[in-house]
Write a protein that binds this ligand. Sequence first.
Ligand code: EPZ
Length: 426
Amino acid sequence: MEKLVITGGNRLEGTVEISGAKNAALPLMCTALLTDEPVTLNNLPRLADITTLSDLLNHLGVAIAIAGGKGLMMRGRSLTFDASHIADTVAPYDIVRKMRASILVLGPLVARMGEATVSLPGGCAIGNRPIDLHLKALEALGADIEIEDGYVRASAPNGLVGGVVRFPFVSVGATENILMAATLAKGTTTIENAAREPEIADLALCLSSMGARITGAGTHTITVEGVEELSGTTHAVMPDRVEAGSYAIAALMTKGNLLLKNARANDMQAALDVLSEAGGIVEVEDDGVRVRSNGHVSGFNIVTQPFPAFPTDMQAQFMTLAAVADGASVITEAIFENRFMHVPELCRLGADITVTGSSATVRGVNALRGAQVMATDLRASMSLALAGLVAEGQTVINRLYHLDRGYEHLEEKFRRVGANIERVND
Ligand code: EPZ
């Protein structure tokens, strides 16, 4: 079993190369299902989730190869996805259970093939994460939805028909699913109360380069004029704002100075505002965002909300910053019902955190002390790694597979800027 061993106390200084965004790459890979021409994606991160979705696309009949190279490797940063021959429209449980974002094949498959059967993704550690909004949106475009034996089957034998999709609350995945499906629907689709995350704009950019006719991506209302077919394209995945935010916190906590190369400030303004409030000095440079410390970390308050408000995916990491701040912070998780699993692990490291309902009150302590801790979900595992960077002594993090789902070359990136961190095998 692999573990991460971190010895705290080093100041981090230098440049961290921010990878392509996992949460942009996953829907972008699904666009390949919408066309019989090759889709090449550059700047793909080398992550377990990318491999899992590649396995699913492969199962459906999508040929995947290193762009310009031969053979089927998953480690390349540029991959070409060729869905000219869809062999199957069933996404099986044993693949979907590994990653719930597999549900993003549903919209493209039913739009291109007239049918799709996808295993219900089930919940995960941070909540039961239903897909009712995805299904209602497809029904609004004329799909017939049936659920049986743990699978959802969507069918539209005569093709999808444009319509009005009104989301009662914001859903990133449901917006992505219906945006992709609407590109091949007959007529116009309007998506109201659409998610505005930067990953949506990146997806729309890619779809437009394939010939889709989309306006309003990144705003509350997206309009799509359906087209007969889409062409292939080459698209570079946007940089990962959540990864960048995580390293920005590391700079502040270790009173260091990091250049987050390729990071785009506009994608993460709410998080940068909190960092500045907490004592960070944030400077936008030509090739990224620089974060350094003013020597002091102050408490702050956060409520997670859809973009452009503070992102839920950075909540756990900011809680670690709050744990070593002067004074108290209040962090409210308003998106997921169970996203405080990092709290008991942080308390094992000496943090002083009290959870009441969906809010956590964090009283800063002078020092954290290293201990054995357990990763419970992707972003929680990064919050533990950040704590290890400043905790006295050694912190050992178990269940690294959570980290490997979302952070490319984590220990190399931290080591390169001065952290005392290594991955060991039990
Ligand atoms: C995406 O998940 C991200 N994942 C999540 O990142 C992120 O936390 C989330 O958006 C919110 O920003 C990917 O992009 C692959 P939602 P998604 O639909 O699309 C409820 C990470 O750490 N809901 O916006 O699943 C849902 O339960 C991951 O990288 C319904 O009730 O999130 C949640 O409470 C974690 N019914 C809220 O809406 C639905 O049909 C927001 O979920 C869909 C969602």
